[in-house]
Design a protein. Sequence first.
Length: 337
Amino acid sequence: MTTSELTFYSGTKDKKVKMLSRGDVLDPLIAKFGERFRTYRSEWEKAGLGEGYLPEFPLFLDVEPEYKCNLRCVTCPHQDATKSPQYIKDRMSPEIFRKICEEGKRYGLPAISVSNNNEGLMEKYLTDYIEIAAENGVMDIFVGTNATLLTPELSEKLLTTSLTRLLVSIDAATPETYSIVRKSDKFELVVNNTRNFIEFRNRQGKSLPLVRVAMVQTSLNLHEAEQFTEMWTDVADIISLQRYIPFLGDSNVEDYLIPRGREKSDFKVCSPLWQRMTIRANGDVIACCHLANKLKVGNVLETSIHEIWHGEEMAYLRKTHLAGDYAKIPICKSCID
Ligand SMILES: C[S@@+](CC[C@H](N)C(=O)[O-])C[C@H]1O[C@@H](n2cnc3c(N)ncnc32)[C@H](O)[C@@H]1O
């Protein structure tokens, strides 16, 4: 297949994320979960229109069991490791994770990430978290990874779990660019690990987990976007080209990673405010998926997720966005502009 034959699978209305696939990529999930999955996807689309439709409970929870990564990518706060303002040393226990999923079950939570912005494959309880989510009726279960630790053994193990999506960040089509963006010499290893995972899965006659490869487009790698897409066209299930978001969340800081002349989006409402929330390792709930984790709206150790979702802070953020006043909130300004 050529890249021009890829279809637009999904993306955000503000064009921050553009995902391509070779056809009806969600078919295996529809086959597994039936009508419930279709309903979830249509709720997701409806909530993402930014027209005020609010589901009873988040459709997706991004859960961070621990704040840890083995790479120091230039686009990410992890580059400063424990000195990053986002760093917290807490670890979420499987009991707290279970409590989150049990509340999710009461509202039919459809989707979860069990890694958020940490390195998913460094998580000691990873397979437990995946199964706790599945036991509580979560359909779509995501893990995000840089694939450096995706060994054949771990791949085989993950293929026995209820994981439905493996999101692999690569950000480059050559080892040279990879080493600049991801500050690592493991490009070949990452590509091979990802290819092997897909091959093992296919050899077992499985179509899940879906594998998505991603490039966050910056001034450093934009010239390789086409090559990246070509390289994965016949291999990955989903190719995701993502808009770089200044990770400090501060619009007053000049950011050399923003590609020169980058087109601005004319859609100025943040869809995730109606779709999802993030839960950090210390229980803090963050209103959105921004890497800076600045918009704390509660803590699950003190308040239920449902209450936080319908609480004053979330309501204020949504109202401000609907009124077109996102720029009043500095982190929203830096993300949207
Ligand atoms: C922070 S990473 C952490 C998960 C995993 N360790 C990885 O490498 O993908 C989570 C996602 O955020 C994306 N990302 C990183 N920095 C970003 C930025 N500044 N703007 C937008 N997306 C970013 C990554 O490409 C990945 O898809």
